[in-house]
Design a protein around this ligand. Sequence first.
Ligand code: S3P
Length: 176
Amino acid sequence: MKHNIILIGYMGSGKSTIAKELHRVTGMEVIDADAAIVEEQGRSINEIFQTDGETAFRDLETDLLRRLSERTSDYILSTGGGMPLREENRTILKNLGIVFFLKADTDTIFERIKEDTQRPLLQGTDQRAKIARMLEERTPIYECAADHVIETDGRTVNEIAWEIIHIRAIVKQGIF
Ligand code: S3P
């Protein structure tokens, strides 16, 4: 069984920030799925969505996950918020490592992303309602994709990172 740390959750739930903290504490390599796609494509996420559409972006995500399946060394994967939506992706994610769902509520997310211009799915008016609606749709999917649900509201980045490290250590010992 692989013990990579896989972080899933909605946009603005803190995946990239927690991944950096986990790297700081453990030294494990971080793979940021969005950043990897942007680098490989030489285009921003906005450009990919605008030119090729969301389905094409989702295909790039699946392709990246298939390639990651070949890797063995320990890493932290920070996923894009929509990665677990496809059933194939959920299966691959579970096989890649221990999947942690970073759970945050609408207000927390809204505060973090209200100025954002880089996330195509959150542009336009009435962002808060959009977030609330998408969270309602996606939360059961994230829960189904996850091995562990990590509550993040009102907690520090360091606390969250240590909870993940402890769970991973226990899983590695075969106790969970
Ligand atoms: C998306 C989340 C984004 C990015 C794209 C689509 C989503 O990643 O992959 O804009 O569908 O939730 P972050 O969760 O890192 O913002």
